[in-house]
Design a protein around this ligand. Structure first.
Ligand code: GRF
Length: 203
């Protein structure tokens, strides 16, 4: 089987990118890593793995639409079958999302639909939930609301602070994101309308 060409979008640390690189999945070919921030640490991880990197700084564009157009154009140069958001901290326009419908994944540090948006660990602690985690989902037009493909749950301990909880969740992120990408590369995952299918079964 020919490996699946993917492009990974990052904005910062890039630990999920590193997990995808470390998975060294023979079915996955990371064609490029694109960051909207020139100082994203993840760029160095990509370079260390001999992956092409590109910065498209959103601050150099007048508005979201022109940035998204430039990003889309650059991504499409690499002809990916899958675009992976890995800590990419920009809201994407509906036009962009529609263009990659069914081949755009995100990881979110909460058990969606709980705690969409930012500061998920703080909010989980403030609410006193007993369980927290991470979700990999297809991206659709509504923020953090696309169909969830795989979740990992972790306990919230009485002694937790934001850092300990975030670390426990992150460890799970690093496990489930490469797993979902592998399923996609195997051709087992599909988005139809607003539902996702695994092995042809609606979930
Ligand atoms: C992760 O917690 C991810 O779920 C969220 O942003 C963070 C990115 O971390 N979307 P990293 O850059 O992959 O280390």
């Amino acid at each position: 089987m020919k490996p699946l060409p993917i492009v990974v979008l990052i904005s910062g640390r890039g630990s999920n990118l590193q997990a995808i690189i470390d998975a060294a999945d023979p079915l996955v070919d990371i064609k490029a890593v694109i960051s909207n921030r020139p100082d994203a640490k993840g760029l160095a991880s990509a370079q260390a793995a001999n992956i092409v990197t590109k910065v498209i700084d959103h601050r150099q564009f007048a508005d979201r639409e022109t940035f998204d157009e430039a990003l889309q154009k650059r991504i499409d140069n690499y002809q990916p079958s899958l675009v992976v958001l890995a800590g990419f901290m920009r809201i994407l326009s509906d036009k962009f999302v529609a263009h990659y419908r069914g081949r755009l994944l995100n990881i979110h540090p909460s058990l969606l639909p709980k705690f969409k948006g930012l500061h998920t660990h703080e909010r989980a602690l403030a609410e006193g939930v007993k369980e927290h985690g991470a979700s990999v989902h297809f991206v659709t037009e509504a923020l953090d609301a696309g169909p969830v493909i795989l979740q990992a749950k972790v306990p919230v301990l009485p002694t937790d602070d934001v850092d300990t909880l975030a670390a426990r969740v992150l460890k799970e992120e690093h496990r489930i994101y490469p797993q979902v990408i592998h399923w996609f590369a195997e051709g087992r995952l599909q988005l139809r309308g607003d539902k996702f299918f695994l092995d042809g079964q609606a979930k």
